[in-house]
Design a protein around this ligand. Structure first.
Ligand code: C5P
Length: 298
């Protein structure tokens, strides 16, 4: 990865409990978020003005958006830092748009990390986090890029349990789902308690057993809006060695947990070609951020 590029990995909600609703309508959540090897890539080249070009297999669905989250992130950071917003950005879009794996959020977070470096700001993560939260509920966790227990509306992050190595399959039936529409479709559904999790798991099977006692509270409303989610879950559960299958975020992408990355890659390749699918392992994290202890300009 060149110094002027930044990965934007897919986030996966291994479970997602809706624990309450704030007076402003946002929902309080409890979720365990991990990052997949699949992701977009954002590139920067020095230029006097700010621009964004799109490429990659999933770029077409984004082209219609007048105000991409990457550009909003760039302008927000420039405004907060008092520097001109400049640079030619190129987004390699590999993740399906509006699909519950945080593609837009990951791109916005990658823009904050990349421009923090390219503009020579060297801000520590703590200083970027409030900007991330302004861009969307999932942007703070994507900024850190590490597995985390997420609460609040997404802005409260705590360390994840120690994760075992595991295989992960992602599959999307190629039906975009709007996050606000899925939250609205919950209607008067009640709230769940936060999950009780151990400090870590020794293997993927133990993790899947505990995660099996949790759920994704957005899965029932998403299934009503997009019945294809049910087909994806059925296909994942039917795959040999599937330990757990569940929807991520507000959908429609579902994930399957498998004992190892090689098994996951084989399973993904066998899913219907009309679906977006990926198989591999959790990623080791993307952070290129400066720590608060590192002196500015070092
Ligand atoms: O913050 P983000 O833009 O990702 O959220 C999109 C929409 O999803 C919000 O406008 C809100 O309707 C809903 N949402 C919510 N509670 C959350 C996150 C998102 O109600 N914690």
């Amino acid at each position: 990865m060149s110094p002027a590029s930044e990965r934007a990995p897919a986030k996966v909600n291994l479970y997602l409990h809706v624990t309450g609703r704030r007076p402003d309508g946002y929902h309080e959540l409890d979720s365990l978020v991990v990052f997949a090897g699949a992701g977009d890539v954002l590139h920067h080249t020095a230029a006097p003005d700010l621009s964004l070009a799109l490429c990659g297999g999933e770029a077409e669905a984004l082209a219609a958006e007048p105000d991409n989250l990457v550009l909003r992130a760039a302008r927000l950071l420039a405004g907060a830092a008092g520097v001109p917003a400049r640079g030619a950005l190129r987004l390699e879009k590999h993740l399906p748009v509006a699909s519950g794996i945080g593609g837009g959020s990951a791109d916005a977070a990658a823009a904050l990390r990349l421009l923090n470096r390219c503009w020579g700001l060297r801000w520590p993560e703590e200083r970027l986090l409030p900007l991330a939260a302004q861009l969307g509920a999932d942007v703070p966790v994507c900024l850190s890029g590490h597995a985390a227990r997420m609460s609040g509306i997404g802005e409260v992050l705590a360390p994840a349990p120690v994760l075992p190595s595991a295989g992960l399959v992602l599959a999307n039936p190629r039906r975009p789902l709007s996050t606000p529409a899925v939250f609205r479709a919950r209607g008067m559904a009640g709230f769940s308690a936060p999950a009780a999790l151990p400090a870590g798991w020794g293997d993927a099977a133990a993790m899947a057993r505990d995660l099996g006692t949790c759920g994704n509270d957005l899965e029932p409303p998403a299934l009503r809006l997009c019945p294809e989610v049910g087909m994806v879950l059925t296909a994942l559960r039917a795959a040999p060695n599937c330990l757990l299958a569940r929807m991520s975020g507000s959908g429609a992408t579902c994930f399957g947990l498998f004992p190892d990355a090689a098994t996951a890659a084989t399973v993904a390749a066998g899913l219907p070609a009309a679906w977006w699918r990926w198989g591999g392992g959790f990623t080791a994290g993307v952070s290129s951020l400066y720590s608060a202890a590192e002196p500015a300009g070092a």
